[in-house]
Design a protein around this ligand. Structure first.
Ligand SMILES: *Cc1c(COP(=O)(O)O)cnc(C)c1O
Length: 362
């Protein structure tokens, strides 16, 4: 048996051990058919069942309403940064963006290629530690959509409410907190995510799009960049990432065994509280990045008194099996990503280590 490692990487992130074991068991013969999921045609009935199972798993867990389509696309969440404005903004039209961190800025940069974007909130100058209140938001009634990032993965800043578009369709990047809690679908027109944080392997995006949004698409686009073509071809306008879709299905099965996203939410709140308490009770040795009222339950970003101590902390943690703790290159410091697959025991080990490290190096 190999040493137990807890992987705190932001993504690709830890997968549930039970899911990896099942994938191992089925690697040569998926569903007992004598062939690997990686070698069967995406047009085969075997794969059709896998695709349907993955979609149904997502629908069941997240209670996705019938008037939303579930699309599997390639190119990760980042391609959605481009596809959203390409599909929904025609020349001369505009959209509203809320910027609360690194990924929101990435999305904005792509949208600006398509139109004159209104930034209606931007916390960049203050280091992205906050989210706006609904009453801070001056939404333009003629915006084609309003875009925001529900959980900024690098800064560890999470919206604690669903933004209301006030009649403007809301498009939300939930890459790093999807499946961590239920979704209030009434508030959203499009929800998308890159799978590698909380749903499965990297390389695919899952897009939930309300039916009426397809009618709002402007102009003609290359097939693979047009949501209508993806919908009309049941996510198989070309060969999809069959392996990743299969893994999404396994993760959904596992989540159902765990009691669903409501049960995960409760556990996620508890896990995050362990870490934030360790930060708050360290007499200032550890400093959290996010403002307290918007602390992420998925990504806990903090720093030590000096960058040298940050590095030493991550090095020593790694040597005892606490991996992937270095903060993103743009922010530095330490970041513990504690998605659904991170067991409470992993978080407890990290809390113990934080305590010991502060004692020794304080
Ligand atoms: C990781 C991440 C992305 C980028 O995902 P890719 O699949 O690498 O394109 C976008 N948005 C958020 C919030 C993320 O956490």
């Amino acid at each position: 048996m190999e040493r137990q490692v807890f992987n705190f990487s932001a993504g690709p992130a830890m997968m549930p051990a039970a899911v990896l074991e099942r994938a191992k068991d089925e690697i040569r013969s998926v569903g007992g058919i004598g062939m690997s999921v990686m070698e069967i045609s995406h047009r085969s009935r075997h794969f059709a069942a896998i695709l349907e199972g993955a979609e149904q798993g997502l629908r069941d867990l997240l209670q996705v309403p019938d008037n939303f389509r579930v699309l599997f696309l390639q190119g990760g969440a980042s391609l959605q940064f481009s596809m959203i404005p390409m599909n929904f903004i025609a020349p001369g039209e505009t959209a509203d963006y809320i910027i609360t961190g690194f990924w929101g800025r990435k999305a904005l940069a792509e949208a600006r290629r398509c139109g004159d974007i209104n930034v209606i909130y931007d916390s960049t100058a203050d280091g992205c530690k906050t989210t706006p209140e609904q009453s801070d938001l001056n939404i333009n009634p003629d915006a084609r959509y309003l875009h925001y990032v529900a959980n900024e993965t690098i800064e560890g800043v999470e919206f604690k409410y669903d933004v209301d578009g006030m009649g403007v369709p809301v498009v939300c990047d939930m890459s790093s907190n999807i499946m961590s809690k239920p979704i209030n679908w009434d508030k959203y027109a499009v929800v998308y995510n890159g799978a590698q944080k909380n749903i499965g392997p990297s390389g695919i995006a899952v897009v939930f799009m309300r039916d009426d949004m397809f009618d709002r698409i402007r102009g003609e686009h290359h097939t693979l960049l047009d949501y209508r073509a993806i919908r009309d071809n049941d996510s198989m306008a070309n060969t999809p990432n069959t392996w990743a879709i299969y893994m999404v299905g396994l993760v959904c099965d596992w989540l159902k065994d765990q009691g669903g996203v409501e049960a995960m939410e409760q556990r996620n709140i508890e896990k995050a509280a362990l870490l934030y308490n360790a930060i708050d009770n360290s007499d200032g040795y550890f400093t959290g990045h996010a403002a307290r009222n918007v602390r992420s339950n998925m990504n806990v970003s903090f720093h030590l008194p000096t960058p040298e101590l940050d590095a030493q902390f991550c090095r020593e943690a790694e040597s005892i099996g606490l991996d992937g703790l270095a903060g993103h290159r743009s922010l530095g410091g330490v970041r513990a990503s504690i998605y659904n697959a991170m067991p409470r025991q992993g978080v407890e080990s990290l809390v113990d280590f934080m305590h010991d490290f502060a004692q020794k190096n304080g």
